[in-house]
Write a protein that binds this ligand. Structure first.
Ligand SMILES: NC(=O)c1ccc[n+]([C@@H]2O[C@H](COP(=O)([O-])OP(=O)(O)OC[C@H]3O[C@@H](n4cnc5c(N)ncnc54)[C@H](OP(=O)(O)O)[C@@H]3O)[C@@H](O)[C@H]2O)c1
Length: 249
């Protein structure tokens, strides 16, 4: 087994393990954090976890320097995803004073991002396959881009709504309202999952599939935990609101 196959296999196995162990409780950050948790200040934690996506992927892409138009567009998609997660999202966050992300989650998150960045950079550098210009008009690229961009819109708009719930200095949680939140507790997670599913389709690669699988393994169970938490915390929580998939879950 070569190193890329080993990393890919490890990511799929880790996704399965995370999904199964999510049944024992949500990852302990954000509203599910332990009160006395030590670790990395949350803004810095998000920057650190996204940094391999921001740095490693363009660097490896540059080394491969296939330079075709299609991989370049894909690289722009990738950078938009990680630019938001590592730079814009931490800048938008409110109520972070004294909040920390546990070391274990930061280390694990950084390793996962590095592995995904490495594998997906090889895809963009056309190490495994070529993306000729006609790929732009293929059903895979068009449908995948639609999913990716729609997911990005839902996720970013929802991240923005959540970030504005607190006034400066507030630390607590409010009942979110607004377009996507009328139906779902976690539209930001739905958007993120759609984005990476779109990425898997538009690159039509195992590395893309690994990104989608890991997102689903992390976010689907976490959305259910958030949803149950909202129901416990707000007695007037809208009864028809679902966790993450409209009308289903
Ligand atoms: N692709 C992946 O594998 C992956 C994995 C994890 C996360 N993500 C993405 O990263 C982003 C952040 O994840 P997350 O788990 O931190 O999301 P989250 O729990 O929804 O929190 C997002 C931000 O909004 C705040 N917030 C959430 N609900 C709030 C409420 N009711 N009232 C006031 N503030 C509220 C949170 O504050 P607190 O921090 O104080 O709770 C946090 O700053 C999400 O968009 C997610 O999709 C992606």
């Amino acid at each position: 087994m070569n190193s890329t196959t080993a990393i890919l296999t490890a990511l799929f196995v880790a996704s399965g393990v995370l999904f199964v162990f999510a049944g024992t409780g949500p990852l302990r950050y954000g509203r599910h954090a332990r009160i006395d948790a030590s670790g990395v200040p949350v803004r810095l934690a998000w920057l650190v976890m996204a940094s391999p996506g921001l740095l490693l992927c363009p660097w490896i892409y540059e080394q491969g320097a296939s330079g075709g138009l299609v991989p370049t567009i894909m690289l722009v998609y990738w950078m938009l995803a990680y630019g938001w997660r590592g730079l814009v999202f931490p800048a938008l966050m409110r109520g972070t004073h004294g909040k920390r992300m546990p070391w274990g989650i930061v280390v694990l998150g950084t390793i996962f991002t590095a592995a995904l960045a490495y594998l997906n950079a090889l895809v963009l550098a056309e190490t495994w396959r070529e993306y000729p210009l006609r790929w732009l008009w293929s059903v895979r690229f068009l449908y995948g881009s639609m999913l990716f961009l729609a997911g990005m819109f839902i996720s970013r708009a929802s991240d923005f709504v959540l970030s504005r719930l607190r006034r400066r200095g507030d630390l607590g949680y409010m009942l979110p309202r607004g377009v996507f939140f009328e139906e779902l507790s976690c539209p930001n997670y739905l958007g993120e999952m759609l984005m990476w599913l779109g990425w898997a389709v538009l690159t039509w690669s195992k590395a893309g599939l690994a990104a989608a699988t890991l997102s689903i393994a992390l976010l689907l169970p976490r959305a259910v935990s958030h949803h149950l938490w909202y129901r416990r915390t707000f007695p007037n929580y809208p009864p028809n609101r679902r966790a993450i998939i409209p009308f289903v879950l």
